[in-house]
Ligand binder design. Sequence first.
Ligand SMILES: Cc1cc2nc3c(=O)[nH]c(=O)nc-3n(C[C@H](O)[C@H](O)[C@H](O)COP(=O)(O)O)c2cc1C
Length: 183
Amino acid sequence: MQLDDAVRGRRSIRTYRPQPVPDDLIDSLIDLARHAPSSMNGQPWTFTVVRDAALKRRLADIKNQYCPAEKRAFRADFMIDAAALVVIAVDRAASHDRAVENGVLAAATFMLAAHAHGLGTVYMSAFRDDEPAVADAVRQLLGMPAHVLPISILPLGYPDEVPPAKAIRPLREVVFHERFGQR
Ligand SMILES: Cc1cc2nc3c(=O)[nH]c(=O)nc-3n(C[C@H](O)[C@H](O)[C@H](O)COP(=O)(O)O)c2cc1C
C-alpha cells in the first residue's frame, strides 16, 4: 500500500473478526514501528503483545475504571475482542525527557503499518499526566519495572467494521504562513 493511501485510509477500529493474528505479522509491524523517530535516537520503547484473555480483560477494566466522567459512554470493553493488545512502553532513562512523544510516535507508526497490512487498531492511552494511576496500574499488571512508563495500548485485529466517513478540517483552516492566523 502506498503511504498516502495508508494515511488516508487508517481509521479507528473497535470491532474485530474472531481471527488470530499470526505472531510473525505482529513482529513485522513492530519491526516497522521501531523505525520511528526518538529523542537523541534513544529508541526507548518496548512492545508487549498481550493475547491472554484474562490480561486483556484487566487492561479493559483499567481503561474503564480511570475513564474521565465525560467519556464514560465510550466503554473499553471492545478491547477483549482484539486478537492482541500491543502495549507500548518506554524506558525513562533512554527517553531524554521525552517519554510521551517517543512512545506516541512509535504508536502512530505501528498504527499506519497495521492498516497497511490489513489490520485494525485504535489509539488508547496508557499514560495520562492528569491521572498517573493509569500507567501505574498497567505497569503493575504487566510486571514492568518502575523505570518503564506505559504510554499506549493498541488493540489489534482484523477489522469487522467500516467506520463512517470522517470529516477532515479544511486545509485552509489549519495552515498559516509565517505567523499564527496568517493565511
Ligand atoms: C490521545 C488519543 C486517545 C484516544 N483514546 C481513545 C479511547 O480511550 N477509546 C477509544 O475508543 N478511542 C480513543 N481514541 C481514538 C479516537 O477516538 C479517534 O482517533 C478519533 O475519533 C478519530 O477517528 P479515526 O481514528 O477513525 O480517524 C483516542 C485517540 C487519541 C489520539
